[in-house]
Design a protein around this ligand. Structure first.
Ligand SMILES: *Cc1c(COP(=O)(O)O)cnc(C)c1O
Length: 469
């Protein structure tokens, strides 16, 4: 893309009096807008000819990086596959043109889609009923915790206001509990990255009658299977609490194990993480919540209508396209790919927790700490080589977390290419550390001040003008 020729902002290309459109003759006469509602001065709109507009936006779109133009090993995000048949199904006008308020007898097809999806999710998770209403994983957590709160309240057990959350949990877990009006207690992890059962035992001994639930992510945010679930589930249930399964990492469990069979009572599934729908930039998503029998009456109204229908359509299409036999391969292939990358790189990147991982794993930066090259530098350098960066500085358990997740759908050649580049960057860190520390060198924009960008995001042109004037 030639930024100089076509500009970064459409406003910079504006020439007074240029037009890129022509309107038909006004056949309806003039309408007098009341003076009180009229602008005092003209809106500052860009004035450009048609080709300038087309080229500007086409060139901008080429700056997007997505699953359709490169490898995207972002950890803790799972689904990075965008089968085109999903888009075709979601775009069918018979579905996409429906209005949520049209008569029920005209929306039977869409209702059947929702019912079919719920049935598939029940079968895949071993739970009894699902609600499709939540719009994201975090929204699902809140919904699930509302179910749990209601369950205790229905039994007149008002003292249960504590939610146990492992220290390795995603930040949304404690946040959802807080939004639900519950208090959080943290349970520590062992050095192998899994929940410390002895510490949990102490918490339960101390707070037993106040425990509403324990939230667990499995595999956890380190990509590790929580082997102690049977013991943990028993302990929490004996104390009177319910078990909540954060299903963001359900992907490697598909066809291998079901949360319902493990003793969980409530869970959410991030449809956008396990059943396609890439969700870069924060959306779109859907976070259906499943419950065991007896809890389905506690579902709250968390959104109008039927949730994010287009995402549901994609998920159902993905499940039906794979079918009963192929869906069993999802978990094993995702696990194989992640372990292959981990084993191929662990001599040059620090692997704080060794052993078999599931769909993702975490390095703690480069093994050779003497170069001064950080995880941030490695992530930026990857951009020069045409890769999306992995998740960095999450989970918080390590200083230099570099979280890699390839998913099940990448070829061996793609994965080998990534491994080779990661090794090359490790080599550069020794031989030419400044090149890595000043990366990226090939992207339209180099390093931004990420703190300033987060605290003072400038996302409109007007704002930009105001700030620089
Ligand atoms: C992504 C994620 C969430 C939150 O899900 P959203 O759909 O982004 O709201 C919760 N827990 C874990 C472990 C996650 O990875």
């Amino acid at each position: 893309m030639n930024n100089k020729l076509y500009g970064n902002l459409i406003f910079e290309l504006s020439q007074e009096g240029r037009r890129g459109y022509s309107l038909p003759k006004n056949r309806f006469g003039n309408y007098e807008v009341p003076a009180s509602m009229r602008r005092k001065e003209d809106a500052r709109l860009p004035e450009c000819d048609e080709m300038t507009v087309v080229r500007h936006y086409t060139n901008l779109s080429a700056n997007n990086f997505g699953v359709d133009n490169g490898f995207y090993p972002l950890g803790s995000c799972t689904m990075k596959y965008n089968p085109k048949i999903n888009e075709e199904m979601a775009a069918l006008p018979q579905f996409s043109a429906l209005h949520p308020l049209q008569p029920a007898e005209t929306t039977r097809g869409a209702e059947a889609v929702c019912a079919m999806l719920c049935k598939q999710l029940c079968e895949l998770t071993g739970l009894y009923a699902f609600t499709l209403k939540p719009f994201a994983g975090a929204h699902g957590e809140l919904t699930g915790l509302m179910v749990i709160k209601k369950y205790h309240e229905n039994r007149g057990d008002m003292a249960r206001r504590l939610v146990i959350v492992p220290d390795s949990a995603h930040g949304t877990n404690p946040a959802s509990a807080a939004v639900c009006g519950l208090d959080i207690i943290e349970v520590k992890s062992l050095s192998d990255g899994t929940v410390d059962v002895d510490a949990l035992h102490e918490l339960l001994a101390q707070h037993g009658p106040e425990i509403a639930a324990m939230m667990m992510t499995n595999p956890n945010t380190l990509g590790l299977f929580e082997k102690q679930i049977p013991t943990i589930e028993k302990m929490v249930h004996e104390a009177g609490g319910l078990m909540y399964y954060d299903g963001a990492n359900l992907n490697p469990m598909l066809g291998a194990a079901r949360p319902g069979d493990m003793g969980f009572d409530v869970m959410h599934i991030n449809l956008h993480k396990t059943f396609s729908t890439p969700h870069g930039g924060g959306g779109p998503g859907a976070g259906p919540v499943g419950v065991r029998k007896g809890l389905e009456d506690c579902f709250p109204m968390v959104s109008p209508y039927h949730g994010n229908f287009a995402v549901e359509m994609r998920a159902l299409t993905y499940i039906l396209t794979l079918g009963r036999e192929n869906i069993k391969l999802v978990g094993p292939l995702a696990t194989l790919n992640a372990n292959y990358i981990k084993e191929s790189l662990k001599d040059v990147y620090e692997l704080p927790i060794d052993g078999l991982c599931k769909h993702e794993f975490v390095f703690d930066g480069l093994k050779d700490k003497s170069t001064g090259v950080t995880t941030m530098d490695v992530a930026k350098r990857l951009l020069d080589y045409g890769y999306h960066a992995p998740t960095i500085y999450f989970p918080l358990l390590f200083h230099e977390s570099l979280m890699i997740e390839p998913t099940e759908n990448e070829s061996k050649e793609t994965i080998d290419g990534f491994i080779q580049v990661m090794r090359q960057i490790a080599e550069e860190a020794k031989t030419n550390p400044d090149e890595v520390k000043s990366a990226p060198h090939t992207t339209p924009i180099g390093r931004v001040d990420d703190v300033l960008a987060a605290k003072h995001p400038v996302v409109t042109w007007r704002q930009l003008v105001a700030d620089t004037e």
